[in-house]
Design a protein around this ligand. Structure first.
Ligand code: C2O
Ligand code: CU
Ligand code: CU
Length: 464
């Protein structure tokens, strides 16, 4: 069989295939069955200006899915767009045929099912479209939403729930005179990524969020194409970071800001119980130098500019704030000393942003070439190096990993849990402990700056 056929055969799942397999079906406690239709429609993002957006589940941004651990995620997907698309379940190690590999797309008018067992503990995940070369454009126009996993262990902690649990999808978009989300990156945008001057939270420009005077669980997801966010309250209030990309930390960590690259998540507990009724406080992405934390204030680049996100207004009395448990979870940690293979990934880019300009280990994405082969169950030590002048969020499909060390700084609070995306600043080296244990098959790793990814900063990775 030719290489191309091998790859495609591995990739293409026919609609109706029980991806999770019979064993998983028996294990599944229930099924979170949903239909998601990718469609184009009109929404009013900015008052008085209809905007053409892409929707999944008829909402902008895409519908929030909540599943329970050990559920069978069962999505009947239909593509009513005029372009190919697919869904990737960012952070959950889905079987390869359900993972939304960029070459595994649903053509315009097509449909398929995505079905797999959710084995991961509670956490804030997300899903988005992922077709090769079109991910940036589609996510920009709306094909991204939350996928929240819940479980009993988490429920027992008594964290703020229901109306006190707010998923906030943070994005920047470019405000155009006609109110459109036209995706037309310039030469500069292709280098730095598509940065916007308008902050959107759950699709709304700088919304006012009415809150009660009590504690809230905020699930922060940076769903921007390229903007790194330094999320903070304008009055620099302290909050507790309780979770990172893939679920709860062992213990909460107090902080006044949290750095999130595109693709990353963090959950925080913030307490408004000390605020008088009527007080407002803005949530922003605070200014920073695009060289990274500790590099002084911004050098005027759009990447580190202050971006207002939302205004919280304390408008009603609330129940007593939730008590923060001493221990939140036991993170399933790898011992970095036990790695039996080492690998190094060098991320680089050069001018002009044409073919071959965005590379990992000197390679740009080639659909028919497998670049990385890993053995299932073998723990590895990865070193990710950024030789360029732009930050790159390094993201891996098919597993979760741990950040062991950064050359430039200490680990950030949300990096103490399991992760699937890690920000590598210019000149920095980040060490990871990683093991693929769930499924064999073809995955990818890539930069989660979506312009960089679409330009080829992505490699095929095969788990054997
Ligand atoms: Cu959220 Cu391959 O990406
Ligand atoms: Cu992903
Ligand atoms: Cu990049």
């Amino acid at each position: 069989m030719r290489r191309r056929e091998c790859l495609r055969r591995g990739l293409m799942a026919t609609a109706g295939t029980l991806a999770a397999g019979p064993a998983s079906r028996l294990l599944a406690q229930s099924s979170a069955a949903t239909t998601l239709v990718a469609a184009s429609s009109q929404r009013e993002i900015w008052p008085g200006q209809p905007t053409t957006v892409l929707t999944l589940g008829d909402t902008f941004p895409s519908r929030t899915l909540r599943v329970r651990r050990w559920d069978l995620l069962d999505v009947d997907f239909r593509n009513d767009l005029r372009e190919a698309t697919n869904i990737h379940w960012h952070g959950l190690p889905a079987p390869p045929e359900d993972d939304g590999h960029p070459m595994d797309v649903v053509l315009a008018g097509g449909r398929r099912s995505y079905r797999f067992l959710v084995e991961e503990p509670a956490g804030t995940y997300w899903y988005h479209s992922h077709p090769d070369g079109r991910t940036a454009s589609q996510v920009y126009r709306g094909l991204a939403g939350f996928l929240i996993v819940e479980d009993d262990a988490e429920r027992a902690l008594g964290l703020p729930a229901g109306e006190f649990d707010l998923p906030l999808l943070l994005q920047d978009r470019r405000r155009r005179a006609d109110g459109s989300l036209t995706y037309a990156p310039t030469f500069m945008d292709l280098m730095a990524g598509m940065l916007g001057d308008a902050g959107l939270v759950n699709g709304a420009p700088q919304p006012v969020v009415e809150v009660a005077a009590t504690s809230y669980r905020l699930r922060l997801l940076n769903g921007s194409n390229a903007r790194v966010m330094r999320v903070a309250f304008e009055d620099a209030r302290r909050f507790d970071v309780i979770a990172g990309d893939c679920g709860l930390l062992d213990q909460a960590v107090a902080a006044t800001d949290v750095w999130l690259a595109p693709g990353e998540r963090a959950e925080i507990l913030v307490d408004f119980s000390g605020d008088p009724l009527g007080r407002t406080v803005r949530l922003v992405s605070a200014a920073f130098s695009s060289g990274g934390p500790g590099m002084g204030m911004g050098g005027g680049s759009a990447q580190g500019a202050l971006l207002p996100l939302a205004t919280f207004r304390v408008s009603a009395p609330g129940p007593p704030p939730a008590r923060l448990p001493e221990r939140l979870a036991t993170v399933a940690r790898l011992d970095p000393a036990r790695a039996s293979a080492r690998r190094r990934f060098v991320m680089d880019m050069r001018m002009p942003p044409g073919p071959g300009a965005f590379t990992i280990n000197g390679l740009s994405f080639e659909p028919d070439r497998v670049d990385v082969k890993v053995e299932r169950g073998v723990q590895e030590a990865w070193e990710v190096v950024n030789l360029s002048g732009e930050p790159h969020p390094f993201h891996v499909h098919g597993t979760q990993f741990q950040v062991v060390r950064r050359s430039g700084q200490a680990l950030m609070p949300h990096e103490r849990g399991l992760k699937d995306t890690v920000l590598v600043w210019p000149g920095e080296t980040v060490e990871l402990a990683i093991r693929f244990e769930r499924h064999a098959g073809l995955y990818i790793l890539h930069c989660h700056n979506l312009e960089h990814e679409d330009a080829g900063m992505m490699l095929n990775l095969e788990v054997r």
